[in-house]
Design a protein around this ligand. Structure first.
Ligand SMILES: [Zn+2]
Ligand SMILES: [Zn+2]
Length: 139
């Protein structure tokens, strides 16, 4: 269990009860979009507004405490800053999982082929997760 207050302070963010609950929820879910986060927060803070959630997410994203996960066709999700990784997306249940692979090879290759200076490598693998395979959901 992490100390959320210390985590926030390390990034020069004030540890408000809302923010602490937000990062608890993000840590629990791994990746979450704003609407789901808003729904979860409303259970604890009935008077919170969507604008407040956006404001907090934006300030936590701006300084790198949260990372935006952009995946085509999906709502942007947010995760806590962690080591460079790729994502696995299950086409059946929509589960998004982290996979810690070395993206350097892909990035170097792409850069050599295209002459681009690559600043950001977003890798998403799409398929069927082990649980859906077991449930025969791929049939
Ligand atoms: Zn699945
Ligand atoms: Zn992730």
């Amino acid at each position: 269990m992490q100390n959320y207050k210390e985590m926030l302070n390390k990034y020069n963010l004030k540890a408000t009860p809302q923010r602490i609950y937000m990062i608890k929820e993000i840590e629990k879910k791994g990746h979450i979009d704003i609407d789901d986060l808003y729904e979860a927060l409303k259970n604890i803070f009935p008077y919170i507004s969507l604008a407040t959630v956006y404001k907090n997410i934006n300030s936590m994203t701006k300084n790198g405490f949260l990372i935006e996960v952009k995946i085509p066709k999906l709502k942007t999700r947010y995760e806590l800053s962690k080591n460079s990784h790729a994502h696995l997306l299950c086409k059946k249940c929509g589960e998004l999982t982290d996979i810690f692979i070395d993206k350097k090879w892909i990035t170097n290759n792409a850069s050599e082929e295209s002459g681009y200076i690559i600043e950001n490598t977003l890798v998403t693998f799409e398929g069927i997760c082990p649980k859906c395979q077991k449930d025969n959901k791929f049939l």
